[in-house]
Design a protein around this ligand. Structure first.
Ligand code: PMP
Ligand code: GLU
Length: 396
């Protein structure tokens, strides 16, 4: 039979992070000793107080369909969280709980974008942004940045990227993959540019908010009064509470956008999982600082991996201020041959490391930056040391 798949799905690139993780799993199953530094997820277990809340929810017979946009008491917990952590006031009509921040982002693209609308993506951007935008008929407009500006887009670059077709600006801060954080002043600068373009909606992905190493305090675009009505604040529990598999994310948005997301979700997945939602109420309200030990641990590992990588010639790293990735520029290796393999680009380089160092990383191409690779340091100290030593050995 001919390929009957839609043009839509044929245009989608598989998620490079998930694909690399699957490849690493496969190689491990075939007996290879692979160190996986490709997938961005905390290597901690979900804290016990959150697990207990989930177990209690099972016993309390939370088993029915949930409201499409989330339990009311979960929404109230999110309202408390936004006020406490971000000084943002949302009411229930402005919130939608989804199956992960990924679905939240997907919803927003689907309800805002028309065919041919442009979405500005400062590079590097999180792997799924461009395909989520394309799936909604949008056109990703990539704005390249480099290590020289700590991988942040300047005001001038934003101004230059805007056209009459620009409908949205999407970014994550702290950024996956660079770990960069836009300060409040920098966000204000971007907001000033946007003042001249009132049609542009901003998606501020703040899922790494709590993985912050204290250099640049977290700031939210919606915090500016003149941006509040056109900003969608995306967040979730995957990273801050080591709950990647529980699949809960959420948005705070203008009511008309939240309503539209609710309508879409009602036709696609219905409300998010009942037990996970109950557990998230605990995560967000019961002393959220209890998960802070993870950040302290990540900070130690960041120091370790930066120290180790900086001793390898050809690796050029910025200092990530948040999240748990390093994003070294490895372009110094392009055009060189190792063990008979010519490295032409970051994809070749990541593949070389997988095959010859048994270390899984992700090519920067997937994040819109072809000079870099992404290495997750959400791994044990032993794994980090071993991985870097293998990388160094393979490049001799
Ligand atoms: N945004 C960013 C920047 C991410 O790194 C991720 C990765 N998980 C997501 C959104 C999606 O989060 P979730 O697991 O809650 O779908
Ligand atoms: N956000 C994580 C990452 O960037 C999880 C993988 C994914 O959802 O694509 O690795």
């Amino acid at each position: 039979m001919n390929n009957q798949l839609s043009e839509r799905i044929n245009k989608v690139t598989p998620s490079a992070t998930l694909e690399m993780a699957a490849k690493a799993r496969e190689l491990r199953a075939s007996g290879k000793d692979i160190i996986g530094l490709s997938l961005g997820e905390p290597d901690f277990n979900t804290p016990d107080y959150i697990k207990d809340a989930a177990i209690q929810a099972v016993h309390d017979d939370y088993n029915s369909y949930t409201p499409v946009d989330g339990y009311v008491d979960l929404k109230d917990a999110i309202i408390t969280k936004f006020k406490r952590d971000n000084d943002l006031s949302y009411d229930r009509s402005q919130l939608v709980v989804s199956t992960g921040a990924k679905q939240a982002l997907y919803n927003v693209a689907q309800v805002i974008l028309n065919e041919g609308d442009e979405v500005i993506l400062p590079c590097p951007y999180w792997v799924s942004y461009s395909d989520i935008v394309k799936l909604a008929g949008g056109i990703p407009v990539e704005v390249p940045t480099s290590i020289n500006t700590d991988f942040k887009m300047t005001f001038e670059q934003l101004e230059a990227a805007i056209t009459p077709k620009t409908k949205m600006l999407w970014y994550s801060s702290p950024c996956n993959p660079s770990g960069s954080i836009y300060s409040k002043e920098e966000l204000r600068g971007l907001a000033d540019v946007l003042q001249k373009h009132p049609q542009i909606i901003v998606v501020s992905d703040e899922i790494y908010e709590h993985i912050n190493y204290g250099v640049t305090p977290h700031a939210s675009m919606a915090n500016f009064e003149d941006m509040y009505d056109r900003t969608v604040t995306v967040n979730g529990v995957a990273k801050a509470f080591a709950m990647t598999g529980w699949r809960i994310g959420y948005i705070g948005a203008p009511t008309y956008i939240a309503r539209a997301c609710n309508k879409l979700q009602g036709q696609v997945t219905s409300g998010a999982n009942c037990i996970a939602q109950r557990a998230v109420i605990s995560a967000l309200t019961e002393s959220p600082d209890r998960a802070h030990y993870m950040v302290e641990e990540f900070q130690e590992r960041r120091k370790l991996i930066l120290g180790l990588l900086n001793t390898i010639e050809g690796f050029s790293c910025n200092e990530p201020k948040g999240a748990f990735y390093v994003f070294p520029d490895v372009s110094a290796y392009f055009g060189k041959t190792f063990k008979g393999k010519l490295i032409n680009n970051a994809s070749d380089f990541a593949m070389y490391l997988l095959e010859h160092a048994n270390v899984a990383t992700v090519t920067g191409d997937a994040f819109g930056n072809p000079n870099c690779i992404r290495i997750s340091y959400a791994a044990s100290e032993k794994e980090i040391r071993e991985a870097v030593s293998r990388i160094e050995e393979s490049l001799k």
